[in-house]
Write a protein that binds this ligand. Structure first.
Ligand SMILES: [Fe+2]
Length: 333
C-alpha cells in the first residue's frame, strides 16, 4: 500500500540557543533559483544493487549528473549567508567543520531549503514525490573545508536519510582538490572492503565535474557511498546538503537517532527525531484510515500493524542506545 503523507510544516518554535542572523538577504525564488535538469541518471541497478535491495526503495533512482540550482545572484546570497554561519561550525568524528541547524538561524537558508520549486524539481529528478526533510537539522547542512590542508571534508559514508543533493556554495573551479566523489558500487561492497582493511577501487570513484557555485548532485543518499575530498592548497570550500523524505512513507525509514547524536545537541536531536517518527506513524495510520473499505484482508492488516510497530520499536531502541551507539562510516578509503 502506498501512503502519501501530508507535509509536516517547519516547527513554529525555534530552539532558544539558535540566534537568528541579524542581517541577511531575503530569499526570492524568481531571482535566486535557476534550476536546470540533469542530463544523466544512474539507477541503483547501475550501481550494482540487486532486485531485492531495489524493491525496498521507493525508486530505483541512484545518482544524477550535475545540474544547476542557483542563479549567480542566488549563489552570491547563499555564500554571504554561509560565511555568516561559519561562526557556528561544530566538529564530529567524521567532519571537521560543519554547521547544522542553520535553517533555524537563517531565514534565507530555511526558505531556500523548503522552496516548493526546488522540491518539485527534486521530485522530477528522482521520479517520485518528495517533501523537504521533516528533521530540520537534515536541511541545509553546511560543510566547510577543514583548516588542515589535505584532510578530507567528509569520509566515505552513506547518509542517514533517503534523498539529498550536495551543492557547491563556493566556486569549485578556483580551488585545488575538494571534489565531491561517489562510488560506483553498493554499500555492502564498500562495507566488506572496509572490514577487510582493503582500499576502495579507484576506478569506481566518480568525481563529477562541478562547473561553478550553485551546481549540485542529487542522490539516493542512503544507497550511494560518497565522500568529500580535502583541499590540496589553502582555499575556501563550502557545500550545502539538503535532505528530502519520500512522500510515500510506507518504505523503511533511514533516519538514525543513534548517528545524529554524534552531530547534533541532544536536546534538539531527540525532539526533532521524535517529531519525525510521530509524523511518519501518523501518516501511515492516516493513509490506512483513508483507504478504509469492507473486506479487508487480515494478513495485509497484520503486516500494516507489524510495520507500524517495527517503526516505533526500532525508534525506541535507537532512543535508548545513547550510551552504546557508535558512529558509522567507511573511513578515508
Ligand atoms: Fe553524505
Amino acid at each position: 500500500m502506498t501512503a502519501l503523507a501530508n507535509p509536516l510544516p517547519f516547527p513554529t518554535k525555534m530552539p532558544e540557543t539558535f540566534e537568528p542572523l541579524a542581517n541577511e538577504p531575503i530569499f526570492d525564488p524568481a531571482k535566486h533559483l535557476q534550476i536546470e535538469m540533469p542530463e544523466d541518471v544512474l539507477s541503483l541497478a547501475d550501481l550494482g544493487y540487486g532486485a531485492d535491495a531495489i524493491a525496498e526503495c521507493p525508486t530505483d533512482f541512484g545518482v544524477a549528473s550535475i545540474f544547476r540550482v542557483l542563479s549567480d545572484e542566488g549563489a552570491a546570497c547563499l555564500l554571504d549567508v554561509c560565511r555568516q554561519l561559519e561562526a557556528f561550525t561544530t566538529s564530529n568524528a567524521r567532519i571537521a567543520r560543519n554547521v547544522r541547524g542553520g535553517t533555524y538561524r537563517s531565514r534565507f537558508l530555511r526558505n531556500l531549503c523548503q522552496s516548493p520549486e526546488l522540491t518539485d524539481a527534486m521530485s522530477k529528478i528522482t521520479g517520485i514525490p518528495l517533501l523537504p526533510h521533516t528533521i530540520p537539522h537534515q536541511m541545509g547542512h553546511l560543510n566547510y573545508n577543514p583548516l588542515e590542508i589535505g584532510e578530507n571534508v567528509d569520509k566515505w559514508h552513506v547518509d542517514t536519510l533517503r534523498f539529498d543533493f550536495v551543492m557547491f556554495v563556493t566556486n569549485p573551479t578556483t580551488v585545488e582538490g575538494g571534489q565531491f566523489q561517489y562510488y560506483k558500487g553498493t554499500k555492502d561492497e564498500v562495507a566488506e572492503l572496509a572490514k577487510a582493511g582493503k582500499p576502495l577501487d579507484p576506478a569506481k570513484m566518480v568525481s563529477p565535474n562541478m562547473p561553478g557555485p550553485g551546481y549540485a548532485v542529487m542522490q539516493q543518499g542512503n544507497m550511494v557511498v560518497h565522500r568529500a575530498c580535502g583541499l590540496n592548497a589553502p582555499g575556501e570550500r563550502i557545500t550545502m546538503v539538503n535532505g528530502y523524505v519520500p512522500r510515500d512513507v510506507s518504505f523503511p525509514d533511514f533516519s538514525r537517532f543513534d548517528q545524529l547524536i554524534f552531530a547534533d545537541p541532544m536536546d534538539i536531536v531527540a525532539s526533532e527525531y521524535g517529531r519525525h517518527v510521530n509524523w511518519m506513524a501518523r501518516e501511515r495510520a492516516t493513509a490506512a484510515l483513508d483507504d478504509f473499505a469492507f473486506g479487508a484482508n487480515p494478513d495485509d492488516l497484520a503486516t500494516h500493524f507489524e510495520e507500524l510497530a517495527s517503526l516505533m520499536l526500532e525508534s525506541a531502541r535507537q532512543l535508548r542506545s545513547v550510551d552504546t551507539a557508535k558512529m558509522e562510516h567507511f573511513g578515508d578509503g
